[in-house]
Design a protein around this ligand. Structure first.
Ligand SMILES: Nc1ncnc2c1ncn2[C@@H]1O[C@H](COP(=O)(O)OP(=O)(O)O)[C@@H](O)[C@H]1O
Ligand SMILES: [Mg+2]
Length: 372
């Protein structure tokens, strides 16, 4: 089969992932400007004007924000036989894949690593939230699938946010008509009940809080648990430090002030949350200064769950993960970032499912076969 391309130059290589409404492929730019890139196009049928508008909006938001080091860089957008597409820089694995690997391995992510991820997400979103013209840009779909890691030569992973397809400018009149979207479990209450006027930077703060909790516990849907375990201490919010045995049992390395930050980020009422991602980042950093004291006091490294030990493993790891995890440093809690660097190097773009041939996908997506 000859190569399938779009836009007369982007040659499809393989399918990387499928999101809520788009399919993303890696591609080769035959013009040689971008070399490898990622292309997203919709898989829904029929492709009507609202979908084209959505792609245009996403491209506009990326054009406004893509200079940020933590937001995916857009290369081009266009339409092929009525199907809109977006070309962007090619990134590595998503936080969803990373969380799944660690959960499978029953190994916690280190606090330093989580902090690094959260502060990078915040620094991407603070630019959006404090954007002056046309106003505060809200992402509205922060979840582990939309936070990607970029493989770098250095030890520190670079986090990049993708998928501005649900984004909007806060309180912009004509965007208020759009239905609210998002991912269940990560949507703030105002977003979940479709209160468009109430969407604000604190709506994204909620999603970051949920994501932080998931990174800390490697479990989803734990907001109620966190709220209850703090309430159960019988101590007022502003009387820190206090202790919750439940929290300490789950993550003894996490300073209680950080649980408090996550709790405040995930408050039901937007006015009780941090005002925007910048305020959340400041509070997170302040709470993390307490972490060093706690770490010094702890005699043992934190192993909440059985550490990686092939002798005690009951289930085989999937093949790529075995390779990755055996390359990882012995204590992922102590040195996870170095572990991540080798992980990204060895499996940067794992497809989430068996890839179809480009031709089959194009047919499936109603894109006409390429001109030969
Ligand atoms: N630039 C990129 N490089 C590599 N993978 C990407 C890129 N952009 C998106 N992806 C992957 O494709 C998935 C779907 O893309 P996304 O923009 O989130 O589409 P949707 O709007 O359908 O959710 C993402 O969750 C991510 O795993
Ligand atoms: Mg998505």
């Amino acid at each position: 089969m000859d190569h399938v391309s779009i836009g007369g130059r982007y040659r499809f290589l393989r399918r990387l992932a499928q999101g809520g409404s788009g399919t993303v492929w890696s591609a080769q730019d035959d013009l040689g400007i971008f070399d490898k890139c990622a292309i997203k196009f919709p898989y829904c049928d029929p492709i009507d004007q609202s979908i084209r508008d959505r792609y245009q909006r996403e491209a506009c938001f990326l054009a406004l924000l893509g200079e940020s080091p933590h937001i995916v860089r857009p290369y081009a957008c266009g339409e092929s036989n009525g199907v809109p597409y977006l070309v962007m820089e090619l990134l590595g694995m998503s936080l969803r894949e990373l969380i799944d690997l660690y959960r499978y391995d029953r190994t916690p992510l280190s606090l330093d690593f989580i902090s690094d991820i959260i502060t990078q997400i915040c620094s991407a979103l603070v630019i959006a939230h404090r954007n002056l013209w046309p106003g505060a840009i809200l992402h509205l779909d922060i979840n582990p699938n939309n936070v990607l890691l970029q493989s770098t030569a250095g030890a520190r992973p670079v986090v990049k946010i993708v998928d501005f397809s649900s984004a909007r400018v806060a309180r912009q009149r004509h965007l208020l008509a759009l239905p609210t979207e998002g991912t269940p479990g990560y949507m703030a209450p105002e977003q979940e009940r479709g209160d468009r006027e109430a969407l604000c930077p604190a709506t994204d703060v909620y999603a970051i809080g949920v994501l932080a909790l998931e990174l800390l516990l490697l479990e989803r849907g734990q907001v109620a648990w966190l709220q209850n375990s703090l309430v159960g201490t019988g101590v007022q919010d502003d009387h820190t430090p206090w202790e919750s045995p439940l929290l300490i049992a789950r993550r003894p390395d996490v300073p209680i002030a950080l649980w408090h930050v996550v709790r405040q980020a995930t408050r039901a009422s937007a006015t009780e949350r941090f005002g925007d991602a910048g305020a959340l980042a400041d509070a997170w950093t302040a709470a993390m200064t307490q972490a060093s004291h706690i770490a010094a006091a702890a005699a043992e490294p934190v192993h909440l769950l059985p550490a990686l030990d092939p002798a005690t493993r009951t289930q085989p790891l999937p093949c790529p993960a075995t390779e990755i995890l055996t390359q990882r440093v012995p204590s992922p809690v102590a040195r996870p970032i170095a572990g991540l660097a080798s992980l990204l190097a060895s499996a940067p773009h794992r497809p989430s499912r068996e890839p179809l041939s480009p031709e089959a996908v194009l047919q499936e997506r109603l894109i006409a076969p390429p001109q030969r």
